[in-house]
Write a protein that binds this ligand. Sequence first.
Ligand code: E4P
Length: 215
Amino acid sequence: MKFFLDTANLDEIREAAALGLIDGVTTNPSLVAKEGGVDFKQHVAAICEIVAGDVSAEVTSLDLEGMLREGREYASVAKNVVVKCPLTMDGLKATRQLTSEGIRVNVTLCFSAAQAILAAKAGAAYISPFLGRLDDTGQNGLELLADIVEIYRNYEWKTEVLAASIRSPVHVIEAARIGADVATMPFKVMEQLIKHPLTDKGLEQFLADWRKGGR
Ligand code: E4P
């Protein structure tokens, strides 16, 4: 399972990269906006210098022409840029076109298995079901993830299943159990994966005992 960091914050990306734990980065317009008035393409280029793996850059146009223009522009920033298109009619058309030009696309904002089937048929490199946001509506994001993984395996579709909108370590563990290809998570969740109170307590005890031994 690959780990992507779901952020546009360069400090977080540098820290996670230094840990050696991340295989890529996903950004979205809200995450980029949090970084202040950065130049988007320069910012994506800066991320791509830190991370060798796939870096998702999302289009903000709603129409096909705009998505194609942005997609081509972002893809020219670095080889590891993956263009993110929304799961709309034009988003699927853009996915098919960009894919045919050799530009990889991450289809985002997926909330149903039907949508995921369409993304795979459009040739997406990644499909991003949003677990947390679906949970927020009273539906089960992990059930959706399991459905998509099962369907994709039936046909050996190459589109990778990228579990997104991850809110907790449980989402990561369950996504791994289900067999998602990738989990993209906020830096906070990555930290939560590392930490365990019994590790801290055990370490404290070991060191206290060590000192008692006169060292
Ligand atoms: C995925 O690529 C998205 O950036 C992200 O996972 C959205 O998550 P959120 O629901 O926490 O905003």
